[in-house]
Design a protein around this ligand. Structure first.
Ligand code: PEP
Ligand code: MG
Length: 567
């Protein structure tokens, strides 16, 4: 099979299917209530056995702290109000146990979630977790704990949630294969930050494979072999060795300057989603952070993160990067990223809807809390603030006005912030690219977000596998907009970076270099290969090469021309 390459590396191993779709619980009228109660007791027993096993394993491998989480989960399964409440509901409403239990558990979750106390809100998450386990056991769906996998496996699923990728045991996961997603979907971005090989957009791979099947795949080409022959396995093993050897060799480039043969220096920065990604930045010798996607702080939880919580996360990143530049993007929720606790109306076109800066300018309290946390953290490093999805000058001016307001409030309260913070915007909407000459007069930098710029310019949904062939970074319209943004930025004397996935693509780097891009921000795993490439090029030659590319009118020809030129 062939899917979309999401994260480099070779995956070889046994399959573990992860069924993580939302559980669909239907209400049924029941005659034999005793049978329902029996099923309930059996499922509780089964869940307890599972949890005790996990707790013992956690105790051995992760320590007492982590094991305590599962003790708390076991206690939920003994809570008389939850258990008796369910039994009473079965009797009173004559309904199936799944429905009765879900209703009662939801009531508890809502009560805890509404509490003003962080500890109590965490209990809501425990109850949710345990009730999911219990419901799966009632429905006969296998429960897999990704943080405590027994054996090394290749995870195969429809998609993976950010919490699954965040908690999984990296030592045991040999790769991901998913039905949905493209190179810029969040599972793909996560796979690269975890440095786990992955192929996404395989359409129906979950139906074609079963637990225990053997697969071999190449995260760079998107090729997946199902139950391969011995000689195929041998050739993939060779590829794996070669990949690992090359990765080792690249380490020699740590500490070197990213500079062409004729002395054009650029900055190679990393994209991150959480402070956990700092390890990858350091390992891959990032020269800064070009994009910190702060929405991950807001995801996988039950309420908005407090100012203090955000402050701590931003401070950690700024301190770890010492004095290197750190571009932190304000909240970019909406599109494919939802927050369960902020319920908005269903939209026909979420990527064209209530998203990013539009939401922040509407819900100003959320925006101001984040800006306060950012400003307070600014004294701990070299912070640059970036607004996402700006599509007009008015939006930029209003965002800057709110930032100034928050600064004066802090000042009035006697709280410190740095007076050297650069403010920039993402250029990811075509209207912003087209008026980039005007926008450049009001910011300190631009960062081109090609993941969205491509989808908006060419009207191709970045998540839709059916039209993935049309999502093409070599489209001359996209290249022209990029050139325009870089030229307009430079005319006003500001630096121009790129934090979309194009910035780390070896085929495109020579053109971006030729166009004069100043900063390239990418998944940390791509940094050393990019440095190696840049050190082998001449800036003057790349300018001439880029002129030729810009005169071409066909994306396929452009791609072929680049491939041929750098064979
Ligand atoms: C982009 O759109 O290019 C970008 C970097 O932002 P995100 O992928 O988070 O939308
Ligand atoms: Mg974007």
């Amino acid at each position: 099979m062939k899917g979309t390459s999401a994260s480099p590396g070779i995956g070889l191993g046994r399959v573990l299917i992860i069924q993580n779709e939302e559980l669909n619980i239907i209400k049924k009228q029941i005659e034999s209530l005793e049978k329902e109660k029996e099923r309930f007791l059996e499922a509780i027993q089964k869940s307890k056995i599972e949890l005790s096993k996990i707790r013992d394993k956690a105790m051995k491998e992760l320590g007492e702290d982590k094991a305590a989480i599962f003790d708390a989960h076991l206690l939920v399964l003994e809570d008389p109000e939850l258990l008796d409440g369910t039994i009473k509901k079965i009797d009173a409403d004559k309904v199936n146990v799944e429905y009765a239990f879900k209703e009662i558990a939801n009531q508890f979750v809502s009560i805890f979630e509404a509490m003003d106390n962080e500890y109590m809100r965490e209990r809501a998450a425990d109850i949710k977790d345990v009730s999911n386990r219990l419901l799966r056991n009632l429905l006969g769906i296998k429960v897999i704990d990704l943080s405590l996998l027994e054996e090394e496996s290749i995870l195969v699923s429809n998609d993976l949630t950010p919490s699954e990728t965040a908690t999984m045991d990296k030592e045991k996961v040999l790769g991901f294969l998913t039905n949905i997603g493209g190179r810029t979907s969040h599972t793909a971005i996560m796979a690269r930050s975890l440095e786990i090989p992955a192929v996404v957009g395989l359409k129906n791979i979950t139906e074609l494979l079963k637990d225990g099947d053997y697969v071999a795949f190449n995260g760079e080409t998107g090729e997946v072999l199902i139950n391969p022959r011995d000689e195929e396995i041998a050739s993939y093993k060779k590829l794996k060795e070669q990949y690992e050897k090359e990765k080792k060799e690249l380490e020699a480039l740590r500490g070197e300057i990213s500079e062409t043969i004729d002395g054009r220096k650029v900055e190679l920065a990393g994209n991150i989603g959480t402070p956990h990604d700092i390890e990858g930045l350091i390992k891959n010798d990032a020269e800064g952070v070009g994009l910190y996607r702060t929405e991950f702080i807001y995801m996988d939880r039950d309420s908005l993160p407090s100012e203090e919580e955000q402050f701590k996360a931003y401070k950690t990143v700024l301190e770890s990067l010492e004095k290197k530049p750190v571009v932190i993007r304000t909240l970019d929720i909406g599109g494919d990223k939802e927050l369960s606790y902020l319920k908005f109306d269903k939209e026909m076109n979420p990527f064209l809807g209530y998203r990013a800066i539009r939401l922040c300018l509407d819900k100003k309290e959320i925006f101001k809390t984040q800006l306060r946390a950012l400003l307070r953290a600014s004294v701990y490093g070299n912070l640059k603030i970036m607004f996402p999805m700006i599509s007009s000058l008015e939006e930029l001016l209003e965002s800057k006005k709110i930032l100034e307001e928050v600064k004066s409030n802090l000042q009035a309260e006697g709280l410190e912030y740095s007076n050297k913070i650069e403010v920039g915007i993402m250029i990811e909407v075509p209207s912003a690219a087209i008026i980039s000459d005007m926008l450049a007069k009001h910011v300190d930098f631009f960062s081109i977000g090609t993941n969205d710029l491509i989808q908006y310019t060419t009207a191709v949904d970045r998540m839709n596998e059916k039209i993935h062939h049309l999502y093409n970074p070599f489209n001359p319209a996209v290249l022209r907009l990029i050139k325009m943004v870089i030229d307009n930025g430079h005319k006003e004397g500001i630096w121009v970076g790129m934090c979309g996935e194009m910035a780390g693509d070896k085929k495109i780097i020579p053109i971006l270099l030729g166009l004069g891009l100043d900063e390239f921000s990418m998944s940390p795993i791509s940094i050393l290969p990019a440095r190696k490439l840049i050190k082998s090029l001449k800036f003057e030659e790349m300018k001439e090469f880029t002129d030729k590319v810009m005169a071409m009118d066909n994306a396929t020809e452009i791609e072929a021309f680049i491939e041929k030129s750098f064979e």
